[in-house]
Design a protein around this ligand. Structure first.
Ligand code: HEC
Length: 197
């Protein structure tokens, strides 16, 4: 055993060294990415961290957001304990959702959707008590835009669709919207609209 193992392990050595070298590099690259990601996580625990460098986030006067049913201007004062993230500020100034298309943020959005929305809209937003949200039909056509759907979620719509104002932060709503858009794209790719509930 010993004799047959030794030459083998000697032969393995250069390969092992290369493997270690490569995995070291991979590790270093991974850590760099992980640190960068950590900085960009826009949640409460990192609220004090500086804005992510990879996206040029704008800050400025908030656009006018209006209730979907009332048409009244919505009050965007932060809720208790909420500090606007750079992403939330960017959205309020531009109407663009920086979380859209970012797999990690989309995943967070799904977690939030699962607790706050899926009970009425179905676990993949296929529709239940409330309508499907990941197909190509909207009761309120403005929901096609991120600003429009934000207004519906934040200010509420008819009946059981209560306002999320005071329940969810702007940042959380943006995460949910990012997931809804992602799910709609998935449904489209998989051959059309989700069935209505
Ligand atoms: C208690 C049940 C309930 C919950 C919880 C709920 N919704 Fe709704 N939602 C509804 C109902 C019912 C409607 C239809 C209201 C209408 O047509 O005005 C609706 C409508 C909507 C619409 C408009 C859809 C369209 O076709 O224009 C959106 C967008 C929406 N909900 C998103 C959400 C999101 C996101 C959440 C989670 C933060 C959520 N809802 C939580 C019941 C609910």
């Amino acid at each position: 055993m010993k004799e047959s193992q030794q030459p083998q392990s000697r032969r393995m050595k250069p390969q092992l060294a290369i493997a270690l070298g490569v995995s070291g590099l991979v590790m270093a690259a991974f850590l760099t990415v992980a640190c960068a990601k950590d900085e960009s996580a826009g949640n409460a625990d990192s609220a004090a961290k500086p804005a992510p460098v990879q996206v040029a986030l704008k800050d400025g006067p908030a656009l006018e957001f209006r209730g979907t049913l009332s048409g009244d201007v919505l009050d965007l004062t932060p809720m208790e304990g909420e500090t606007f993230t750079p992403e939330a500020k960017h959205f309020m100034a531009t109407g663009e959702n920086p979380y859209k298309g970012n797999p990690e943020e989309v995943k967070k959005g799904y977690t939030i959707f699962s607790t706050a929305c899926s009970g009425c809209h179905g676990h993949l937003a296929e529709g239940k008590l409330g309508p499907a949200l990941a197909d190509d039909y909207w009761t309120y056509p403005k929901n096609e835009t991120d600003k429009g759907i934000f207004e519906t979620i934040y200010g509420g719509a008819a009946g059981m669709m209560g306002p999320q104002q005071g329940r969810m932060t702007v940042d959380e709503i943006l995460h949910v919207i990012a997931w809804i858009r992602h799910q709609a794209e998935e449904n489209l790719k998989n051959g059309g609209a989700a069935p209505h509930g």
